[in-house]
Design a protein around this ligand. Structure first.
Ligand code: RB5
Length: 148
């Protein structure tokens, strides 16, 4: 599985840790984030990861900024993206199972490394359940496309 990852200057160390962690598990990571601690603009990285996922270049995405919020807001402006901010594993699994989220976001200033590992593990292990959830996800798409 090919995973796009992006981050701003606040989350460089966390991003590097997650890249190493997931590569050891056999995932392929594509880095769209900054590797510098010079101040940077999180919307650029949210957009880059979102476009990689929306285009099919990558299967899923991971976004990290200070809170995970700004970078996910930017990603969610790209058509076809459902980016969810989660600070624990239960929500990370559920947003994949029920919302068919294609990007997980979290905050390097919010969660520690061990919790971040459980968040990405839960997100990547879960699968969309479809069924009654599919109709609701379709409604989100309809809002995005101006049909609802
Ligand atoms: C950068 O200072 C910070 O605003 C950013 O990392 C993020 O938390 C925004 O949502």
């Amino acid at each position: 599985m090919k995973i796009a990852i992006g981050n701003d200057h606040v989350a460089v160390d966390m991003k590097k840790h997650i890249v190493d962690y997931l590569e050891q598990k056999g995932y392929t990571l594509v880095n769209f984030g900054t590797d510098s601690t010079e101040r940077a603009d999180y919307p650029l990285y949210g957009k880059a990861v979102a476009e990689a996922v929306a285009s099919g270049e990558c299967d899923l995405g991971i976004l990290i900024c200070g809170t995970g919020i700004g970078i996910s807001l930017a990603a969610n402006k790209v058509k076809g993206i459902r980016a969810a901010v989660c600070s624990e594993a239960y929500s990370a699994a559920l947003t994949r199972r029920h919302n068919n989220a294609n990007i997980i976001a979290f905050g390097a200033r919010v969660v520690g490394i061990a919790t971040a590992e459980t968040i990405v593990d839960a997100f990547l292990a879960a699968e969309f359940e479809g069924g009654r959830h599919a109709a609701r996800v379709d409604m989100i798409t309809a809002i995005e496309e101006g049909r609802l």
